[in-house]
Design a protein around this ligand. Structure first.
Ligand SMILES: *Cc1c(COP(=O)(O)O)cnc(C)c1O
Length: 429
């Protein structure tokens, strides 16, 4: 088969015609967008339609694991779309089987289901837990416990699972069967389970993020998660981990749960799994593998194109030793952010994170929001993303170099200095 890779043109035809107004007139305004349009990238760098270069420490929100236009991913996707890109789960899909084999071989799970997004993966996990509750545990009214400040997606069940009222407002009636507890608080969890189990309802599952990403880059504590695991074992409750943001090497370990010394019964993946090609996955251990033909499905889920892309990402993680890079560059980044925090003790309370997911935390009492810093950094050529009003999140591709981390740190210093002195032009964005 011939393989001709088309080189990205430096200035695309689309770029010269791009208009923010035309876009806003026809695309629903579900996002508060920054006023730049990105049109090409390579590695950790992207360029906007005006030709300005940015260091990308967002990576499509923890998604572009291998950065932009990684040769292995470009080649894999090109070859696969030339060969076969979509059939249906009516038939066996070899690439899907290979990906499931890789994931189960490298994790605590035994089985995988493929879908297209994080929310959809979590929906699958909630359905699997409910079916397990009904058919194995004989629970008629199963409850799934989730955490305050969590984020699990934007479908009706997953906004209900999400312990943040701002995502639920105006969308009620919500889905029944969820209950919330404070994160990293084992006494509160024990009390909630006792209270629910004394009522008509019973707890079927606990759904948690190993590290809360959207909720402010809040790592789970080892003590908490080990106690949660013990409670689940004692009470016959399923432990579901939402690894949508931190799975697939983001934390410097392949799975977020490896930072906590426990294994989940079910876990979900999406963002980083195929490096930006849309995919979701829900994995489980053998004992709770209760789905039967007809129980769950997805038209696009696990098609040859996305599975080939995900397999390429997984294999490239191994070949390019990207877990070690995520650990080392993450430590370098946090050490640099700590130095900056010490220079601005009146603005910054804390630097936290694992591997290449880090948060710079602003003091709650200071009149400064994360989005102001993010905009100032963007003007200086660095893309960052808020995680709530007071946390600036750093999510570079796992291929980021030491020099790029140093460059990002310099820009963060400049951005802070400009915001503090009020000299930057925020109106631009
Ligand atoms: C992004 C995210 C989701 C939702 O993923 P989508 O692909 O946007 O549906 C769910 N859980 C976590 C932890 C996430 O970070």
């Amino acid at each position: 088969m011939s393989l001709e890779l088309v080189q990205t043109p430096v200035v695309s035809a689309a770029a010269s015609h791009f208009s923010f107004d035309d876009f806003d007139n026809c695309v629903m305004s579900t996002y508060g967008r920054f006023a730049i349009a990105l049109e090409r990238g390579t590695g950790c760098r992207v360029w906007d339609t005006e030709g300005r270069e940015y260091l990308d420490f967002v990576a499509g929100i923890a998604t572009c694991t291998l950065g932009h236009a990684h040769p292995a991913l470009v080649e894999t996707v090109t070859r696969q779309i030339q060969k076969l890109h979509h059939v249906s789960n009516l038939y066996y899909i070899p690439e899907q089987g290979e990906l499931a084999q890789w994931l189960t071989k490298h994790s605590c799970a035994d089985h995988a289901f493929f879908c297209n997004s994080g929310a959809e993966a979590n929906e699958g996990a909630i359905k699997l837990a409910r079916k397990y509750a009904h058919t194995v545990l004989n629970i008629d009214d199963p409850v799934v416990i989730t955490a305050n400040a969590s984020f699990h997606g934007r479908t009706l069940a997953t906004i209900t699972a999400t312990g943040q009222p701002k995502y639920q407002k105006n969308f009620n009636p919500l889905v029944p069967g969820f209950h919330y507890v404070p994160y990293n608080d084992i006494a509160a969890l024990e009390a909630t389970i006792a209270q629910l189990n004394n009522s008509e309802r019973r707890v079927a599952a606990i759904l948690l993020e190993p590290l809360q990403g959207e909720g402010g880059v809040r790592p789970g504590t080892i003590d908490y998660f080990q106690a949660v695991r013990q409670i689940c074992d004692r009470e016959g409750i399923l432990l579901i981990l939402d690894e949508v943001q931190v799975g697939v090497g983001r934390t410097g370990k392949l799975w977020g749960y490896e930072n906590l010394g426990i294994e989940p019964d079910i876990f979900t993946l999406a963002k980083g799994l195929a490096g930006g090609v849309p995919i979701g996955a829900m994995l489980c251990k053998d004992f709770c593998n209760v789905f039967q033909p007809g129980d769950h499905a997805s038209t696009f889920g696990g098609n040859p194109l996305v599975c080939a892309a995900a397999l390429c990402v997984c294999q490239t993680l191994e070949q390019e030793n990207l877990l070690a890079n995520a650990q080392e560059r993450g430590e370098q980044l946090r050490a640099g952010l700590e130095r900056i925090a010490q220079k601005y003790p009146h603005l910054i309370t804390e630097v936290r994170g694992w591997g290449l997911i880090s948060g710079l935390v602003l003091k709650p009492e200071v009149d400064l929001t994360s989005v102001e810093i993010v905009k100032a950094a963007m003007v200086e050529g660095l893309l960052l993303v808020p995680a709530g009003p007071k946390v600036i999140r750093f999510l570079p591709p796992l291929v980021v170099t030491a020099a790029e981390v140093d460059q990002a740190l310099q820009v963060v210093e400049q951005a802070l200095a400009s915001v503090v002195s009020g000299t930057n032009d925020l109106q631009k964005s």
